[in-house]
Design a protein around this ligand. Structure first.
Ligand code: S3P
Length: 171
């Protein structure tokens, strides 16, 4: 395992990137970084407000600025927002110092995880399951760019972490 390389988590909203990222960071004694948290901190606004007041295009610009900064770090676990793949430059930057893991799950599992959350502007729509399916289909080719693909569907967090650690040891 190359100790200084970052572990990058990408994947659709609700696939468990944050829980897995925090557990991995603890297990491996690495710093945990969330790009969404950095965006919120930098803008001084929650994500829903950034989307409603400034728009998605603006959010994506800030996201790329944040990715540019975090991709220079070393030894971190980096939890990326689900739409990070929409700009291929983000993934190129992240891969320079990191190994990219794509967490995936079925639309039904994702909906279960997202239920009751109002902080995901893209899923605050009348039929979130249809929207999840539509966005997943659109983003599928972008997520293919990851180094590894790991299912998080109905799996224990510790098993997901062990799979990632196992893959890292061969990297
Ligand atoms: C988004 C995912 C969110 C957040 C924003 C947009 C997306 O992150 O960045 O709401 O486009 O999929 P999570 O995947 O951490 O929920």
């Amino acid at each position: 395992m190359k100790q200084d390389r970052n572990i990058i988590l990408i994947g659709f909203m609700g696939t468990g990137k944050t829980t897995v990222g925090q557990s991995l960071a603890k297990l491996l004694n690495r710093p945990y970084v969330s790009t969404d948290d950095l965006i919120v901190e930098q803008e001084g606004l929650p994500i829903v407000d950034i989307f409603s007041k400034k728009g998605e295009v603006y959010f994506r610009e800030v996201e790329t600025q944040v990715i540019t900064e975090v991709s220079r770090r070393k030894h971190a676990v980096i939890d990326c927002g689900g739409g990070v793949v929409l700009n291929p430059q983000n993934i190129e930057l992240l891969k320079i110092n990191g190994t990219v893991f794509h967490l995936f799950a079925t639309p039904e599992f994702i909906l279960e995880q997202a239920k009751g959350r109002t902080d995901r502007p893209l899923l605050n729509v009348p039929n979130p399951l249809e929207e999840i399916k539509r966005l997943l289909e659109l983003r599928k080719p972008f997520y293919q760019g990851a180094d590894f693909h790991v299912s998080s569907d109905h799996r224990a967090i510790k098993d997901i972490c062990q799979e990632i650690i196992g893959k890292l040891s061969h990297d």
